[in-house]
Design a protein around this ligand. Structure first.
Ligand code: HEC
Length: 211
């Protein structure tokens, strides 16, 4: 009797320990209708990975696998075949990033899936410095490149909407151009391209409109 009580106690303890680093949500289901738009490695996939996985305490370059460059990420991918690509299966399988970090959301997982399906190319979105309306051109840059670390409630400072971006535009410009403070995004592999920085500068010069 005593033994069985002790045994149940340890069983429960083991279950608690085992479950504490697992996510409780079910894996997201890919919406195949969202797969037609080209997904760009440098504009979508790398920023998602940099913000959520290539952090100093995870895959910052010293740990295996490295998730900081195209060639290292490509090793985790079978071009055209997401279901046989570790990059996708670990994300969809609720494994990565481990708790307490949040899992990738459906939009992010769909981007990774679509990019692999489209051949896992080393591609970047064409960029036009003359296009700098806030909602179509500026906000997406922040959503893709900054939100992973600057989302609502983040201790690093929120950069999620027009008011926040307009209010600290000068600080942001200083960071993304490495003129003041540490460069943002922090990983050199993922600094904003000159074209994106020019778009942002043009938007500031034109009066930071919410258009
Ligand atoms: C991988 C995580 C990460 C990403 C991605 C990232 N940041 Fe940061 N950011 C941080 C951390 C951590 C701090 C706080 C430490 C510091 O100030 O350097 C910070 C601080 C800042 C600050 C100063 C604090 C504030 O709110 O005034 C600004 C501005 C900033 N980041 C802008 C950006 C912009 C713009 C992007 C996207 C283009 C970006 N960051 C992407 C991690 C990140």
């Amino acid at each position: 009797m005593k033994n069985s009580i002790i045994l149940s106690f340890f069983t429960v303890l083991l279950l608690i320990l085992f479950n504490s680093c697992q996510h409780e949500t079910t894996p997201p289901v890919i919406d195949t209708a969202a797969l037609n738009d080209t997904v760009y490695f440098y504009d979508e996939v790398l920023p998602i990975i940099q913000s959520n996985c290539a952090l100093a305490d995870c895959h910052g370059g010293n740990d295996d696998p490295d998730l900081t460059t195209y060639s290292s990420i490509k090793k985790l991918v079978k071009a055209g075949d997401p279901q046989n690509s570790r990059l996708y299966t670990t994300a969809i399988g609720n494994e990565m990033p481990p708790a307490p970090k949040a899992l990738l959301n459906l939009e992010q997982v769909t981007s990774i899936y679509a990019w692999i399906r489209q051949g896992a190319l080393e591609n970047a979105e064409p960029c036009d410095t003359s296009l700098y309306t806030f909602n179509a051109d500026i906000l997406p840059i922040f959503k893709r490149n900054c939100l992973g670390c600057h989302n609502t409630g983040s201790a690093n400072g929120e950069i999620t909407n027009y008011n926040q971006i307009a209010t600290k535009a000068a600080t942001i410009l200083g960071r993304i151009t490495a003129q003041s403070g540490s460069i943002m995004p922090p990983s050199p592999a993922n600094s904003l391209s000159g074209c994106k920085i020019t778009k942002f500068t043009n938007w500031i010069k034109a009066g930071k409109l919410n258009n």
